[in-house]
Design a protein around this ligand. Sequence first.
Ligand code: HEC
Length: 471
Amino acid sequence: MTNLSEWLEERAGINQIYNVLLLRKIPRGAGWLYTLGFATLFVFILQAVTGTILALFYVPSPDHAYESVRFIQYVLPFGSFIRGIHRWGSSAMVVLVGLHLVTVFVLGAYKHPREATWVAGVILLLLVVGSGFTGYLLPWDQKAYWATTVGTSMAGTVPVIGDAILKIIRGGSTVGALTLTRFYGSHMLILPALFLLTIGVHLYLVVYLGVSVPPWLWESKKEKLPDDETERYTLFKKQGHPFWPDIIVEDAIVSLIIFLILVALAVFVGASLEARADPVASDYVPRPEWYFLFLFQLLKLFPGSLEWVGVIVIPSIIILAILFLPFYSREKSRRPERRPAAMAVGALFIIGVVGLTYTGWASTPATAATERGIVLNATQVVGRSLYQGNCAVCHGENGEGTSDGPSLTDVGSLRNPAFIHGYIENSLAMNPDAEMPAFIPPPGKGQQILTHQQVEAITQYLMTFRAEGGD
Ligand code: HEC
């Protein structure tokens, strides 16, 4: 071991890297609030790893995208788990970067000399949101297709140049094959490259400048502290602990907790996969990803012709205001209680975003739809769309029955899942007089129409068909 490190030291000077990156002292006072940056980096690495695995199986073309994601979800060992981690990881990124920014804002850590660190951090938030938006389309299911159609159409509301912007984003007038490759390229190459670059700058600055000392210690009146900021920082650093092996323990604990939460979400909630995108089904009401809901809701406050003010102008002003915050905020003190104006504006902003998100949430139907008062899970939603495509002709859109097939409105309480599954698969095996076509006929007895998994999804959907009061 010592030989190897000596060998590397002689050729690459690794001791210096080790000292600067790992042994560097973190100033006294840095506590749990300082673990969010590291946690964000951790989830980013998780996204890179799970994203790479998904990319090995994903096909970015409208003909195969949905089937490749279905393969990942239902056939690939651990596929649904990895997809679940990646899906929830993207939400975690938004939450962590958001919380990190709020903490830095409240602690006044964006002030001199850390202005550039702040700017890089805000750009990272935009890149995270951009990655979420482009990634949403890739499964090419109904939700992906329609959320992207609505999302991109917002750009089209800009006067004069709206149409041109829309065509550039979509690669055509509607969401199609070019949109998918464009989003795939952005999601896989452009955004991650920009992300790595920005995170490199951000981390370089964090290591170069050191993290800020909490304002209550930095401006403490109880201690005698040097007036010169550099001397004062050196003092705090001397009283602090090294990143390795001390501070990293807190970072690792927080990251581990986040990882366990993501595992639980991936296993117990998972990532939904609805029916294949159907560009004709324009009655589908998509619900955008939760972190776009406030924008969705803001839009409704503007009448049609002014929509672009809500979609483009206001968000742009807000983004610029946040981006350049360190350059126009003038308070000398970093203590939150001495920056009442900044705190008030910040609080109003957060209340506004949370309020709009909540009203947006409450007013758009969940895509994991409820039907007859029952919340359908992801499989049942798939089952519903398969039912509409294969069974509704005879059994009616809501299972009410037609002249070609009996009512199924109470089938969930009259029959068990094994019966329903078997009947769909090969009705003749259960009923010699069956008129219903077999969807998975025995070999040589006709063409297979559904897969076993599809039959199971329909079965789970039909199990929710229970007449009122029965069980
Ligand atoms: C061509 C018309 C037709 C289509 C399409 C059809 N069915 Fe049927 N289904 C029937 C008829 C008719 C019956 C009554 C029994 C029989 O003749 O097989 C029936 C019976 C059933 C039953 C048994 C009900 C019971 O309690 O005995 C189930 C369950 C069922 N269908 C589900 C489905 C599902 C799910 C699909 C789509 C995958 C589907 N059916 C597609 C005509 C159809």
